[in-house]
Design a protein around this ligand. Sequence first.
Ligand code: GLN
Length: 291
Amino acid sequence: MSLQRLPMRLESLERVTVRDCLKAARLPRLESQLLLAHVLGVSRTWLIAHDDAELESQQARHYLQLCAKRELGQPVAYLLGQREFMGLMLEVNPAVLIPRPETELIVTHVLEQIDAQAPVTILDLGTGSGAIAIALAKACPAAVVFATDVSAQALAVAQSNAQRHEVPITLLQGSWFDALIGLDCPKFDAIVSNPPYIAKDDDHLLQPELRCEPAIALTDGGDGLGAYRSILASAARYLKPGGLVCVEHGFEQAPAVSGLFRQAGFSDVMTLPDLAGLPRVTAGSYNSEIR
Ligand code: GLN
């Protein structure tokens, strides 16, 4: 029985098969498979091998609801409640930005610059789901990792992800370095951040998927460079001599962000391309006398 021919009254969904479900969705195949696999609690491989399997009507209803939400622009990651980052499955919800592949560049660059076996100290500012901090903590078992966020709801997600991956991370609430005020925290070998960097009048913010993500994680409400100014104004005070700052930015922001690094006294400033060849991450080290 084809779902397309069924009345829209969801209660009447009976004897619907995996094949019917996948055929009925007006979505890319991968997305409908991910949603159906989630509803049934099975893998995509299982779906492919069992396209005659019948769903409970409750499952069919749930699947159709997810498809409808997806068609309206809700990101797949929020519908599934999870997204993979650096091989780690992370819980996500609309309180946090969905981890993106380009952000993995921060993690790989920092891992190239530090001794992953040493007790390095790392700070992730605006951690959101905890993606960067957790991936670094996982790769550096002796590291001391601090992560901050202004949003208590985001910190709850980061906490749950840190527990899920069994990494000890100190989570602190506050805007950028304000979260560390009054704390006896160490100086850091590396400070990392994927801050909000979309300018407030950028049309990109109107895309349906971005509209589902927290605005506070996407835009600074100004020219898109506000977070870098805040972070770079104070970073030197929190870094060990020779310490590294590594941030993600938009593909057109590399010259401006590199300029802010140099103005703040950083050297060895370099920008790294993402997999599409776009300049998306800038890093620099602070070698001068600490102010
Ligand atoms: N990478 C996101 C996007 O352009 C923005 C994330 C951010 O502002 N940190 O869709």
